[in-house]
Design a protein around this ligand. Sequence first.
Ligand SMILES: NC(=O)c1ccc[n+]([C@@H]2O[C@H](COP(=O)([O-])OP(=O)(O)OC[C@H]3O[C@@H](n4cnc5c(N)ncnc54)[C@H](OP(=O)(O)O)[C@@H]3O)[C@@H](O)[C@H]2O)c1
Length: 256
Amino acid sequence: MAGSGATGAALPVALVAGATGGLGVPICSALASAGFRIAVGYHRSATAAAKLAAELPGTGHFALVAPVTDSDALSAMAAELARRCQRCDVLVNAAGTTRFVPHGDLEQLDDALFDAIFAVNVRGAFAAVRALKPLLERSELPGGGVVINLSSIAALTAMGSNVAYCASKAALDNMSRSLARALAPRIRVVSVSPGLVDTPFVKSLDQAWRDEQAARTPLRRLALPAEVARAVVAAVTQLTFTTGAVIAVDGGRPLS
Ligand SMILES: NC(=O)c1ccc[n+]([C@@H]2O[C@H](COP(=O)([O-])OP(=O)(O)OC[C@H]3O[C@@H](n4cnc5c(N)ncnc54)[C@H](OP(=O)(O)O)[C@@H]3O)[C@@H](O)[C@H]2O)c1
């Protein structure tokens, strides 16, 4: 674990799982700029997490191991968060996994890959909520504690990196609604659902394919990472009567 030096003791705290990813980084940055102390959750990227914690605006940020497929490790993570901060106001589930498999290639989407995608994208998000529920329900943010699940328009369009990925995001949106009902009134649960985002990974993909995705989007471009991050901050700080909703950041892509 790494710290930034200062304590940030009075600040509201946000744990971001998958914090070092293409969307995790701008989300951490935007929440830190909005006055949150960030627990930079990582799985394998310990060094990147420590560096990010040290570079975020504001004070008191620190890296914290948060492997979402290991429920014992998540319990330990929650205990460490309680020890260090005595609170957790926001959980952002930005951990995710996938691999490109053509939808017609049923053999290549084997059981191991199918299970791995659901273990991180669905069960992992649930396990993180379960581990942090006692802290989140003590939050005194206006509207209570908040869970943000990073979904995808693939949940709606059934177009995405593979069949299991699309299904996992539909399951995640459904789970956001169940948990919103179950955890009210102390905790709000919201899906933030981007279309294709111009993250470093997406920038590395074939330009002609990226152009085609932009052309099929009514707003004629991909989402910027900062736009997704702003939607997360808005859901946390502004949309205090919103729960169980899916907030699209997709330029209208499902309309075309
Ligand atoms: N980028 C897009 O265009 C886009 C569009 C729509 C939706 N989304 C969704 O947004 C979320 C974030 O996407 P991204 O582009 O930031 O992905 P990314 O760059 O591939 O990052 C994935 C993150 O998930 C973490 N992770 C993977 N397995 C984990 C595990 N078992 N436990 C904990 N963390 C784990 C990784 O952490 P380590 O490196 O530490 O292992 C990494 O930080 C995903 O759910 C994705 O499906 C992305």
